[in-house]
Design a protein around this ligand. Structure first.
Ligand code: GLN
Length: 272
């Protein structure tokens, strides 16, 4: 099948409620990087009007960040058959990138700064708690080394070097991991809780992270990993994405690493 015939449906979790921190940029990045390769792309909002069948129909899922109040509204809707469909998708390996407020809801629970505990879907073995007031938020640039075994291996294969991600965090909640793998090790910033040096989580093909930015335009090889993983699962073929010139994005990363005085091996532009 030539690549022009590939189709990709992006499921976007609650766009109106979970876009407070600009994570719509992750949807745009996957959409454009697929279109630039000639694939046809559909973006399907997975919001209150969506059904469980809609959730099952998508090839890759993007969930953004949100304020506590919006997270509570989302969880009132993401119940029953819809929650079951989300669980099935992630357990069956549908790739996704879930930022901040989204992974908090994929965990067992999120205790917001004010109000009742929000029960999560329990798909990711983690819990998040917003500490009592007057504790500063985790805000600032974030650099991590990807340590999730399979993802680190895949990204190193794609880029030719160890994978480091750069982004921006802005969260009150602190996350503690259970048996789930961390996405990475904090090199600069605070990450899951500012104490244990972990950032995010990785489960099946779901990337959970505190990194806004948005994450994907700043780390385009992760967008390509999501697209490639989605196409391989959908078409059951060992698809490798055609190369794209990422020089601009890679130069922007280098500029940020320099500004943050973080010395890491540069990604060879030729590889991604
Ligand atoms: N409201 C959650 C918190 O403060 C999530 C914030 C976010 O999505 N950036 O931790």
């Amino acid at each position: 099948m030539s690549y022009q015939q590939y189709e990709l449906t992006i499921g976007w979790l609650y766009p109106k409620l979970m876009s407070t921190y600009g994570d719509r940029g992750n949807v745009i990045c996957i959409e454009r990087r697929s279109q630039w390769r000639g694939y046809s792309v559909k973006v399907l909002p997975l919001d209150q009007s969506a059904t469980a069948a809609d959730i099952r129909s998508v090839d890759v899922i993007v969930g953004g960040g949100a304020q506590d109040r919006q997270q509570e509204i989302v969880m009132r809707d993401l119940q029953g058959a819809k929650a079951e469909a989300m669980r099935e998708k992630i357990e069956n390996g549908t790739p996704g990138v879930f930022t901040c407020g989204s992974p908090q809801l994929l965990g067992h629970y999120y205790e917001p700064g004010f109000g009742e505990r929000i029960q999560g879907l329990g798909i990711l073995d983690l819990v998040s708690v917003h500490p009592v007031e007057n504790v500063r938020r985790c805000i600032g640039n974030l650099v991590i080394e990807v340590t999730a075994t399979r993802l680190a291996r895949d990204l190193e294969e794609m880029t030719g070097s160890k994978a480091y991600l750069i982004g921006f965090e802005n969260h009150g909640g602190r996350t503690k991991l259970g048996k789930v793998e961390a996405l990475g090790r904090v090199v600069h910033g605070l990450g899951n809780n500012g104490e244990d040096g972990t950032e995010g989580a990785f489960y099946q093909n779901a990337i959970a992270t505190y990194s806004h930015g948005p994450l994907l335009p700043k780390n385009p090889f992760v967008a390509d990993w999501l697209i490639q993983t989605a196409l391989r699962l959908k078409y059951q073929q060992p698809i490798t994405l055609p190369h794209m010139d990422n020089t601009l994005a890679l130069e922007a990363r280098e500029a940020m690493f320099k500004r943050l005085k973080v010395s890491i091996p540069s990604v060879t532009a030729a590889k991604v």
